[in-house]
Design a binder for this molecule. Sequence first.
Ligand SMILES: [Zn+2]
Ligand SMILES: [Zn+2]
Length: 389
Amino acid sequence: MDPVKLRIAAEVDSLAGDLYGVSEFLYQNPEIGYQEFKACEFLGRFMEEHGFRAEKGVGGVQTAFLARPAHRPRGRPCVAFLAEYDALPGVGHGCGHNLIAAASVGAALALSRHLDGVQGTLALVGTPAEEGGGGKILLAEAGVFAEMDTAMMCHPGRLNRPGEEMFGRVKFKAEFFGQAAHASVSPDRGINALDALVAAYNNISMLRQQIRPDARIHGIITHGGEAPNIIPQYAAGLFYVRAATRNYRDEVFQKVQKCIEAGATAAGAGYKIEIGLPNFDPIKRNPPLERALRENMEGLGISIDPDDGRRGSSDIGNLSFYLPAIHPSVAIVDPLVPGHSRVFAEATMTPRGKDALVKAAKFLAMTGYDFLASSELRKKVQESFQEPG
Ligand SMILES: [Zn+2]
Ligand SMILES: [Zn+2]
């Protein structure tokens, strides 16, 4: 292994105790999206104590931050390590974002101490509200990444992967408007909004059989009426449409809208569809950067798992259309353990979780180093990024 990378790895080892502390603080203080005040304060202070300058509230997002090495002039190329730190209602860090933040903190600190002989610099960007809030999208739109050349983070999970596909996503509310009436005395004078919703739901269920395997539609009913003896005048549901490309996501969403319209027509009800922005894009993968990452993972003794075809969505997808981005995963649980669960949160605190944290900090820092040290890699990464996706 490159001697600088060996020194970077040793640097992460010497920081390990501090990194567990970062992960544990976040674990003990879970905050949901855009409420991560303690996390933002803690991480900003931690970085300042370790030779960085931290700016809070970047991009107009109160719980976002940007930390740069105090000793290094700003410049290009710039590697951005992303720290997520939002938790989930009810299950705390059931998505393991405490470990994501700690790994990126470790990568930023370790790399910042081994920049001699390379061009450019790095930054740690605190990106709030990944769970549905799309913090990275707001930061990208506000120009926070304008002077950065690549973005990287690592998500804990059930597999060791240098990257995987993600679904683009549209979330929306469907509302149906009918007419209330006595359900026994004058049902003929009512218009049943619940019937409209049920018909729409069934239309969507049938549509599901005719869509490609790289798409998903799922939803819940949030309003279904007030009492059995009143014809429901209002019904509503929340739905997600996901697909592996932006085009197919939008195509399926068009069809879903027809399903909803047809349900409303059948019941004689009115309807309204309200899209909950931001839409998530699928991830634009960057094979040259993933190859560099994969070599570093393997160099640390991590064996790469085959892709199991399971997909989620994340705001890193949108970001990957602004600049080359990678989103590897490290296994902290066995494949049958579900994400977004208490068990998963607890796994971040186990010896396996801690080992994954240290490894993730190492391979992120090493890949950041590759990017800064090799103009050839940067050229390939940029060429891949320019390809239509
Ligand atoms: Zn999650
Ligand atoms: Zn997550």
